[in-house]
Ligand binder design. Structure first.
Ligand code: SF4
Length: 557
């Protein structure tokens, strides 16, 4: 294979010398249609109309501005109309691409669920979503085939057990990623639960933060495995121990992938636990007030950080928003263990947690009900979803482990998955996503099965993970640039015909036991594969790596 690699270009801030829609600099006059309707009426207020009008009068009663705009503030997107191929994605507008059914995202802050909540999620899938349920790589649960008529009843059931879809999408503070091991691991530096709870209780649904320039992603962990992909969030708090002040958080800002990837940077500050929610609030208000709103493609916080740099960002945070200086602090140490938490491990209280891998996050109402039954039999009342499309059952007594593990395996939730199943994630793709160019989940599942068979001879020698991230378009929901092998969906021309395929990126990764720090993968110009050729490509790359590696070399080293 002959290829050349290109590294991602440095992010360019918007053009200077004109208003870029920064409220604190240019004033709040809207500079585009999107900002106009957001200012006219925010997304949160559409809920009343959904409950009182649209759910009673049906899909046809919903005007476009609510349907394609404000609905997102409540976790609702229309799903892709079946039968529209990827070649037409860019040619059709949102109305033409949209089906009369919705994707509904339940935000699960920290990925944390009780047994009761899990049963409610399972029942909603079975009753209202044709059995669909996907664990996303942001610890959410996503349903498809939702009818507008059923949305109020779904909200009633979710909210009765303390769950919500508020600001699950839209230009808002999205779900707070949290360590799946919060509060249970013996080696935890600090339990992030109080910080996550405070952020959610005080600020989610706050109208003051409900019109941001774009989405705002948060991650909080206190576990030394660095298990919340902190380098690719708008703001992250990562547990560290200050030599004099004890455990607290290291603050990172400005990460994000999509078509203009940028890794978050440390501000060099130490954030004591009691200030963490307030510091988060300062960062999100900086984004609200100084974020660029003229062009949506340049509206994420990473563009502001690229312009200001970490020192200026810290100065503005301390002087304009907090009113006090934060102490300097240490960086997180290298990750100690894999952050997906797959397998059986001991908790600090003598019980065990059990991490299991569905195939690319896809479960169902039936599987979630089966999981709840197994947990009840095992005496566990808590489960956590992970940012790697996995799940972790907590609080399992030693004498219940064997039954739980074999029950999970029978459900298709493997506790000892092959390296290919364990390290592969996939986004929604063309099955339901209006922006997709190619199918992803089934292609990834087929690749996993094929690779398990074809590479059985070398699997025992594969002592380092090789991550495979399958994306249906350049938006990178499945993190194409931070995978060992990243696949970006596009159409390829083969024998004069357009067929679904992927542009290949190699060598990316987040901090892990295998690598000190995150790095963006490189686009391998000329290395593209059709969806059918995907297993061939991975097989070739894995075999070549094993043949040519020296010493303990990792795939991306
Ligand atoms: Fe849709 Fe593209 Fe995101 Fe996949 S990467 S879920 S195809 S927007």
């Amino acid at each position: 294979m002959t290829t050349t690699a290109t590294t991602p270009r440095a992010l360019r801030p918007p053009r200077a010398g004109r208003a870029n829609g920064q409220w604190a600099v240019d004033g709040t006059a809207p500079l585009n249609a999107n900002e106009e309707w957001k200012q006219e009426e925010g997304g949160l207020s559409v809920r009343a109309r959904i409950e009182e009008v649209y759910s009673k009068e049906g899909f046809g009663s919903i005007p476009p501005q609510d349907l394609s705009g404000r609905f997102r503030w409540w976790g609702l997107y229309t799903q892709r109309r079946p039968g529209i191929d990827g070649g037409r994605t860019a040619q059709l507008d949102d109305t033409e691409l949209s089906d009369e059914y919705f994707m509904l995202r339940a935000r699960l802050d920290g990925g944390a669920l009780t047994l009761e909540q899990l049963r409610v999620l399972a029942q909603i899938s079975t009753e209202f979503a044709r059995g669909t349920a996907d664990i996303s790589d942001r610890q959410n649960l996503q349903y498809h085939w939702i009818r507008i008529e059923d949305v109020p009843e779904i909200w009633r059931r979710l909210e009765a057990v303390g769950l919500q879809t508020t600001e699950a999408c839209g230009d808002t503070p999205r779900v707070v990623l949290g360590s799946p091991l919060a509060g249970i691991a013996a080696d935890e530096i600090i339990d992030p639960t109080p910080v996550i709870d405070e952020i959610v209780e005080r600020f989610i649904g706050d109208p003051e933060l409900a019109n941001l320039p774009r989405k705002f992603k948060t991650a909080v962990t206190g576990h030394p495995s660095l298990d919340v992909v902190h380098e690719i969030n708008d703001v992250s708090l990562v547990g560290v121990v200050h030599p004099e002040l004890g455990p607290g958080y290291d603050l990172w800002v400005g990460g994000g992938l999509s078509t203009a990837p940028r890794l978050a940077e440390r501000l060099g500050t130490f954030v004591p636990e009691e200030h963490a929610a307030e510091v988060w609030h300062g960062v999100v208000r900086i984004f609200r007030d100084y974020g660029y709103r003229r062009l949506r493609a340049k509206a994420r916080l990473k563009f502001l950080l690229a312009e200001w740099g970490p020192a200026e960002f810290r100065r503005v945070l301390e002087e304009e928003y907090l009113g006090y200086a934060l102490p300097d602090g240490p960086a997180p140490a290298r990750a100690t263990t894999p952050g997906d938490h797959v397998g059986v491990h001991r908790q600090k209280d003598g019980n065990h947690y059990v991490g299991a891998a569905p195939v690319v996050g896809r479960v169902s109402g039936e599987v979630l009900t089966g999981l709840a039954d197994l947990m009840a039999d095992a005496g566990s009342g808590r489960v956590r979803f992970t940012p790697h499309q996995k799940l972790v059952v907590l609080d399992v007594a030693p004498d219940r482990l064997d039954a739980l593990v074999s029950g999970l395996e029978a459900l298709g939730l493997s506790v000892s998955p092959s390296p290919f199943r364990r390290n592969t994630i996939a986004c929604t793709g063309i099955e339901f996503c209006k922006l997709a160019i190619v199918e992803t989940k089934a292609a990834a599942a087929t690749a996993i099965t094929e690779l398990e068979q074809r590479l059985a001879d070398v699997t025992p020698a594969l002592d380092t993970p090789i991550s495979l991230h399958v994306n249906g378009c350049p938006n990178s929901c499945a993190r194409v640039q931070v995978a060992d092998i990243g696949l970006k969906g596009q159409l390829l021309t083969v024998d004069g015909e357009q067929v679904p395929g992927f542009q290949v990126h190699l060598g990316g990764g987040l901090a892990s036991p295998e690598r000190d720090e995150a790095g963006l993968g490189r686009t391998m110009r000329g290395l593209k594969v059709t969806a059918d050729e995907l297993p061939d490509l991975v097989e070739r790359l894995v075999r070549r790596f094993l043949d040519q590696r020296e010493g303990g070399e990792t795939f991306s080293a």
